[in-house]
Design a binder for this molecule. Structure first.
Ligand code: ADP
Length: 425
């Protein structure tokens, strides 16, 4: 018999007893009232007992009782027990998570919806100079570097920013914000001092080697040219060798020049002026993008008079590389279109060719240093593989973006997009 059937049977039996005894004595109404009262008092007593038990959190076992109330006590007790077990498990997980984040070598700070510090691990205290008492303080009140404030306010957290540690300026940190949940953010700071030191060593090494190679190469080229002048053509081997030496020396000179340009871009301050873009583009196009003996035709279309705040030498180098590539990687006599125009509030320089094009898989890689996609289509075009790396760097220093659209065998379109804050009249 189920618990409810039992309860109903007891109620029915009680009613039956009231009806029989009431019928015999003639007091069935007072008897009915008395039985109802007993039922009511019993339920009030049980409710009161239950309320007292639940008020103290249902601790320990439940009171000894029978019938439907025993069932109610048992269910509540079971729910509470499961809840306790779940809480314990969750607490253990949180403890483990805290312990692992505490052990992390990288600083981690949990930020609330008002950018206030909710939690920070040990590394954050050491490397960012935070204190336990800083909890609840806004992170911008504690990390006051202007670059960090700009980064934080811009809300573009795709890349990390490099900052010195507030505790020790010799420690370099890569700081990054990761958004999660509703308005919550995690600030991560990684010690990249060693990485930056190695990068500086690499830059210094490349800069020094390039610089040191420059003079011997110029001397070598001078001697080769003198020997070529003296060569009367009597020996085909000598003439050929001298020509090859000249070609290779020139190639090395280009490489050294490109490496020096990249070093300059990485280390030197920009000289920002309002650069007359139409005049600059006219000049670069008239010089044929620096490509010797090119039979390609350049069509320049100046659809805007707008100018750019920037470094003229850097912009010249970037555009010369783009135009030079367009001519280099196109068949003889093909046309290269150069367009300068405005698209909404941005200014765009577009260099379009009908040349050999770039395979889709190579497009994301062509701006890497020394990456040359041409080997895939078997052409032997001279180059250093540094031209587009220079273009990328220059554009980065001018807050501009490079777009590449290309199809093998059809041609390429390289466009440089300058944002509104870079435009001047
Ligand atoms: P490179 O000195 O080899 O031209 P770049 O960095 O300028 O070096 O270019 C990298 C590679 O991108 C080139 O080797 C070439 O394969 C490809 N590339 C660049 N511009 C073009 C273009 N306009 N058409 C086809 N391929 C191009």
């Amino acid at each position: 018999m189920s618990i409810w059937q039992r309860e109903i049977t007891i109620a029915l039996l009680s009613l039956f007893a009231v009806a029989v005894i009431g019928g015999l004595t003639g007091y069935w109404l007072p008897m009915l009232l008395a039985v109802a009262l007993i039922f009511l008092c019993r339920q009030i007593y049980q409710i009161n007992r239950f309320e007292r038990w639940i008020r103290v959190g249902g601790k320990g076992g439940y009171p000894n009782t029978k019938g439907i109330w025993e069932e109610i006590y048992y269910h509540v007790y079971r729910i509470k027990k499961n809840d306790k077990r779940r809480k314990k498990k969750l607490g253990k997980m949180i403890d483990q998570f805290r312990q692992s984040t505490e052990a992390l070598p990288d600083a981690a700070v949990v930020l609330g919806s008002d950018d206030e510090i909710e939690w920070a691990n040990k590394a954050a205290l050491n490397v960012l100079g935070l204190q336990q008492s800083d909890k609840g303080q806004r992170i911008l009140n504690l990390l006051r570097y202007p670059e960090f404030v700009r980064y934080f306010d811009a809300k573009d957290f795709r890349d990390a920013i490099i900052l010195p540690s507030p505790v020790d300026a010799n420690i370099i940190l890569a700081v990054r914000i990761v958004s999660y949940g509703a308005g919550l953010r995690l600030l991560l700071a990684q010690d990249v001092t060693q990485l930056k030191q190695m990068e500086r060593m690499r830059k210094d090494f490349v800069a020094n080697v390039s610089h040191e190679l420059r003079t011997p190469l110029t001397v070598l080229k001078g001697y080769i040219e003198t020997l070529q002048d003296l060569d009367d053509g009597g020996s085909a081997l000598l003439t050929g060798s001298l020509e090859q030496m000249r070609g290779q020396t020139e190639r090395m000179q280009h490489l050294v020049d490109d490496l020096l340009m990249l070093t300059r871009l990485e280390t030197q301050q920009r000289r920002t002026l309002c650069v007359d873009m139409p005049a600059l583009l006219k000049q670069i196009c008239s010089e044929g993008g620096g490509v010797e003996n090119s039979s390609g035709h350049i069509e320049l279309s100046l659809e805007s008079e707008v100018n750019i705040h920037g470094d003229e030498q850097e912009l010249r180098s970037a555009f010369t590389n783009l135009l030079g590539n367009a001519l280099k990687y196109s068949p003889a006599d093909s046309v290269v279109n150069v367009r300068w125009f405005q698209d909404g509030d941005t200014a765009v320089l577009e260099v379009q060719d009908r040349g050999i094009g770039i395979a889709a898989a190579d497009i994301p890689r062509v701006t890497e240093r020394f990456y040359r996609a041409e080997s895939h289509h078997g052409r032997k075009t001279p180059g250093t593989g540094l031209g587009l790396a220079i273009v990328k760097h220059v554009l980065l220093r001018h807050d501009a973006r490079l777009h590449i659209i290309s199809e093998l065998g059809k041609g390429s379109c390289f466009s440089c997009h300058f944002p509104a804050n870079r435009l001047c009249d």
